[in-house]
Design a protein around this ligand. Structure first.
Ligand code: ARG
Ligand code: ZN
Length: 842
């Protein structure tokens, strides 16, 4: 049942052209295909094997003559001529009953598709694998006013639209949309002079919420030209917003389909965070046009080839559009929160996995985010100029091909002359490396010893050293920089480097988070405070404050200590430093999350107690609020913005600092500022921050009701309404709040956004999810059992809320395992979910 990388074989045939003809009807859509096959010289011959799932075959012909293929569980087999031939088939499918949201399905009366990774086989019989690429012509027949597919529009007449995509593509990039939609339009002229018509398609009523996505698209198109020399290559580029969508968005050629939450935005309904995510995801999907579409993956084991690179590119883009320092901190923080969590638990897998049962289960933080870190390390190792040369070579050499990680690394080796054999281990070795650093001094000679090790992960008991680019510098006791950043390549299990640095110099190690590792190092609170005050590297400046906060919290959790005033004192000058970006100061002020603390404790060998963590965190917040009250109050007033809302990074940063202050101040003013802000806010960022603050101090009953009344007709805002109530409920109440909300008439559990709003939030409320007795575990398990037959993909993904079970005490472990076992034993469980459950239970 598992698919193995080692078993890759080229497909028996190549395809010269595909023609598809859709006659749309909700329960009986007819799909006719006409495919020009010819033998693949690299193939092994044999009969034609096509993938197909849930299809009713009406007819099949080869070169005009009826054939009777053998229908198998996942497809069909047919004897075919030795040379080229034309395959024609007609199938019937039922998009209206497709609740899995994979293949062709319906959402609010519109037809749409999601084919990555293996959804095309639910549309027609086809070699549904990324190494089979072909130009597509698509004909759509329907009464609906808007009919879209990939490529360029070819004709439109009386209920029929034709589209032609000249760029050969794998089936997973196929898309079709039909519906009553309206467009927000614009235009772009490429660096080659091509005029491109741009449109963002949404349901009537949403057309006023598209401007930001369009703006982000235009900036992305320009950026890919200036930074990577990559122009767009069709006459149209369409984005469609869909309410029912399993993931964030999809890069189908010329027709990107988005979860509507990553398109629609207005100041009143979207937060700064939403605007940022829209910008990043629009860019991500657009950048796939070159890294993913023009050059695609040979097989799904190579998923990181397109995802890691495209995430890296969207991170660079956001850094350029906003603040590189803030973006790097946010990305590192996300990596530690999601990817380290995955890499240090039962679901750990390499960036390039070697085996899967259901590929949809491998669209993970490891493939995406750690995959992006590998690109960032490569770039740091070879330098930006050589990186650009390597990328130019990649596009030149592989345009139009389906590639592997070997192809990718060969381009870097050829462009730079560097041997990447050891670097390649990053792709095959799972787990987060630990990097321990020790120093020894002899006069001005400072010896720094690095020791790296990676703990065992499932199926990989032994690990070998990897290549670690360690960026480091040093700060003098007076706060001046003694050594600017240099990059050391740590390649051995143990390696010593010597520096000429005077007594009192404080090393700043792993600047810019130059490698995705857990750095362990004894360092005094004093040295940390020095780095927080004076490090020239923004990441390590933030990291120093973060580590102080964590040390204070760990001492509070494990030894019942009082909050460390050294930390509180060190924070004040940074918060008050007006030369620092407010967004950066807001990050410095953020307290490590409960889950972050649980992970920190667990990786240091202490069993985390969710109640104690929650209590300590509250105590620190209270102490911080008290200690810094005056300064916070000043910041709250100073960061106020008069004038109309703008989502730009400058204003967003001011709001984030102001709202961070608001949350702390609520522990002093009993929510008075938050109440006032909730009433006065003219934008969702401030309104939701006020509501969240009130929820956190358990004074939000009235505001929760008012928020619902204000926004009852806006589905994306109501998702937020569901989510914050659960996310910020006091621990012991969270499961009850979630259970009550599932009975709300607006809890449309078949809609993934709504389901995640409640159940994802329950998982994200650490004290609530792990509250005594396991009621939250049981509630989540009940709902996952219910959702699985409806939508396996979303169910499987949400089972990962249980992935941390090995961290906790025996009682919680037993309860979490029991919940997983109950899911695992549900009759008829999907392949998706059963793979996840069995990997988690080991
Ligand atoms: N390629 C898409 C993106 O990175 C994600 C598609 C995920 N689909 C899936 N079935 N897991 O934006
Ligand atoms: Zn992607």
């Amino acid at each position: 049942r598992a698919t193995l990388l080692s078993e890759y074989r080229p497909f028996s045939h190549l395809i010269d052209a595909v023609e598809l003809d859709f006659r749309l009807a909700p329960n009986a859509t007819r799909v006719r295909s006409r495919i020009a096959f010819r033998p693949n010289p690299a193939g092994e011959g044999g009969p034609l094997r096509l993938d197909g799932e849930g299809l009713t075959l009406i007819s099949a012909r080869i070169d005009g003559k009826d054939v009777a293929p053998r229908i198998l569980p996942g497809g069909l087999v047919c004897e075919v001529p030795d040379g080229p031939f034309t395959w024609e088939a007609e199938v019937e499918i039922d998009p209206a009953s497709n609740t899995a949201l994979e293949g062709l399905y319906m959402s609010n009366g519109m037809y749409c598709t999601q084919c990555e990774a293996e959804g095309f086989r639910k549309i027609t019989y086809y070699p549904d694998r990324p190494d089979v690429m072909a130009p597509f012509t698509v004909r759509i027949e329907s009464d609906l006013p808007v009919l879209l597919s990939n490529g360029n529009p070819a004709s439109r007449e009386g209920g029929v639209a034709e589209w032609h995509d000249p760029h050969p593509k794998p089936a997973y990039l196929f898309a079709l949309v039909a519906g009553d939609l309206v467009a927000h339009e614009d235009a772009f002229t490429t660096m080659e002079g091509r005029e491109v018509a741009l449109a963002v398609w949404v349901r009537p009523g949403d057309e006023g919420k598209c401007a930001y996505a369009m703006d982000a698209l235009i900036r992305s198109m320009r950026w890919d030209e200036t930074e990577y020399g990559r122009p767009y290559d069709l006459d149209v580029f369409n984005i469609v917003a869909v309410d029912d969508f399993n993931m964030g968005a999809m890069e189908n050629k010329g027709l990107n389909i988005f979860n509507s939450r990553y398109v629609l935005a207005s100041p009143e309904t979207a937060t700064d965070g939403d605007y940022g995510r829209i910008e990043a995801i629009v860019a991500h999907e657009y950048f796939h046009n070159w890294t993913g579409n023009r050059i695609t993956c040979r097989d799904w084991f190579q998923l990181c080839l397109k995802e890691g690179l495209t995430v890296f590119r969207d991170q660079q883009f956001t850094g350029d559009m906003r603040s590189p320092a803030v973006k790097r901190i946010e990305d590192a923080h996300l990596l530690r929160g999601r990817q380290f969590r995955e890499d240090n638990g039962p679901l750990a897998h390499p960036v390039r996995p070697e085996s899967y049962v259901e590929i949809n289960n491998f669209y993970t933080a490891t493939v995406y985010e750690k995959g992006a870190e590998l690109i960032g390390m490569l770039r740091r190792l070879v330098g930006p100029d050589a990186y650009r040369r390597a990328l130019d070579l990649y596009f030149e050499r592989h345009d139009g091909e389906a590639c592997t990680i070997e192809d990718w690394l060969a381009v870097f080796e050829d462009a730079t002359g560097r041997d990447l054999a050891q670097f390649k281990r990053w792709y095959s070795q799972a787990g987060t490396p630990r990097l321990a650093v020790e120093t020894a001094r002899d006069g001005n000679a400072l010896a720094v010893t690095f020791r790296q090790s990676t703990p065992p992960t499932p199926g990989q008991p032994e690990k070998r050293p990897v290549v670690l680019p360690v960026a480091l510098g040093a700060i003098g006791p007076d706060g001046t920089e003694l050594m600017p950043t240099r990059v050391i390549e740590v390649t051995e299990a143990e390696q010593t480097e010597r520096f000429d640095l005077p007594e009192g110099a404080v090393l700043s190690i792993l600047r810019d988070f130059s490698a995705p590792v857990i750095l362990t190092r004894e360092q005094s609170a004093q040295d940390r405070a020095l780095l927080l005050a004076h490090d020239t590297d923004p990441f390590n400046k933030w990291e120093a404050g973060r580590t102080l906060a964590k040390d204070a919290l760990v001492a509070m959790i494990t030894d019942d200590r009082a909050p460390d005033t050294a930390y509180l004192d060190a924070l004040a000058p940074v918060l008050g430093d007006e030369t620092l970006d407010p967004a950066f100061r807001a990050l410095v002020l953020a307290i490590p999350s409960d889950d972050d603390l649980a992970q920190t404790l667990a990786s240091a060998g202490t069993t985390p107690d969710p109640q104690r963590i929650d209590r300590a965190r509250h105590a620190l917040i209270g102490a911080l609020a008290k200690h810094l009250e005056e300064q916070l109050s000043g910041l709250y007033d100073a960061m106020r913005i008069d004038g109309p809302y703008s989502p730009d990074a400058g204003d967003a940063g001011r709001r984030s600092l102001r709202n961070a202050a608001l949350l702390l101040l609520s522990h002093r003013d009993e929510g008075a500022r938050a109440d006032a802000q909730f009433e006065a806010a003219d934008n969702m960022t401030d309104e939701l921050a006020a509501l969240t603050t009130l929820l956190r101090i358990d004074r939000a009953d009235e505001s929760v009701a008012r928020f619902h009344d204000r926004w009852r007709d806006d589905r994306l805002v109501i998702d937020k309404w569901f989510s914050v109530q659960v996310m910020h409920a006091p621990g012991p109440k969270a499961a009850d709040v979630a259970a009550r909300l599932t009975e709300h008439p607006a809890f449309d559990w078949k809609n993934p956004n709504r389901f995640r709003a409640v159940m994802g939030a329950l998982g994200a409320n650490h004290a609530g999810f792990h509250a005594e007795g396991g009621t939250a575990y049981d509630l989540l398990a009940d709902w996952l059992v219910r959702l699985d037959p409806v939508n396996p993909q979303t169910t499987a993904r949400m089972t990962t809320l249980f992935e941390t079970w090995p961290r906790y005490d025996a009682d919680r472990q037993a309860l979490m395992r029991a919940a997983l076992e109950r899911i695992g034993n549900a009759p008829g469980l999907s392949r998706d979910t059963s793979e996840m459950v069995s990997r988690m239970l080991g």
